[in-house]
Design a protein. Sequence first.
Length: 368
Amino acid sequence: MTKYIKSIIVIMSIMIMYVLGTEAVSAEEMSFSVEAQLPENQRDKSKTYFDLRVSPGTKEELKVEIKNNKDEEITVQIQANTAITNDNGVIDYGEAKPKLDKSLETPFASIAKVEPELILAPNEKKIVTIPVEIPKESFDGIILGGLYFTQKETDKGAKTDAGMQIENKFAYVVGVRLSENDESVESNLELLDVAAGQRNYRNVVVATLQNPMPRILGQMTVNAEVFAENDRKTALYTTKQENLNMAPNSNFGYGIKMANKAFKPGKYILKMVVEADGKSWPFERAFEITADEAKKFNDEAVDLVEEPNDYLMYIIIGGIILVVIIIGLISWMVYQKRKREAELKRKANKKRKRKNKSNGTKKKKPIE
């Protein structure tokens, strides 16, 4: 249940402001506030996040003002995170140690250095400086990441039934977008894998999509269908989602919902069409769900919909057929027996009639 609890904590207990494309959260709602100090090489001064034009081999200094909005001392934790795509098809800046896509050459977290903690007196303001080492080799496209700020809690939250401590945290993310030129990077999309999986203890077919290019792939529409290998006309499961976004050089597992149905071992076909950036990517991939995988996920799944047991149905049908055969066989045997008895009776009657006739027609000797 740990994974399930973590999901609840992320959704309900952590308030995150994504500065890239989101509305600002007022300082009064947060224990602290942050504000990016935009440098001269900021491409658009109207943005509230860092969108910098950089040069190979240079060093950038990102300055962020942090203000304590409380009348007590607080400690702010700071992370420099690489942008990834989470399983909801959303660009995520909050993961400290995510699993990175193999196409990503320069993770933002590897070139930005931060002090992990900052102590602020009551109502104090401080400016923190985060040095960023730009790669010596020139690059096209963008490097995308975020500066992630959370308050360090001193009072632990209540423990759950499983003994896990839940902390209420407030967080800010200041996005960082680095580019060296305006060269257009052509969009692309790959399907890496298809397999059985779970999301929040519910069975899904997971199709792993990859954006291998150093650019954001946005406003994606995904249509997916799953078929049995021996019936490619009738879709077993279908799903459609719109407005998904992928970070540069990232991948994520797109979940095809199964309406809380149990996995069945067998061979299947995924058919998927993804539309974005004025392009369309059709994919078709065969995959198999083994008996061990089906049992494992079905045992862990919650709220499974009860379906008719095919094996029980076959047993019932087989039993009915067997009963019909037995009844038919018994009926045939009874019929044959009666037929033999009737034949024997007919022969006996015929023999008796011949005997009676023979006795009744015997001639008497004449009287001399």
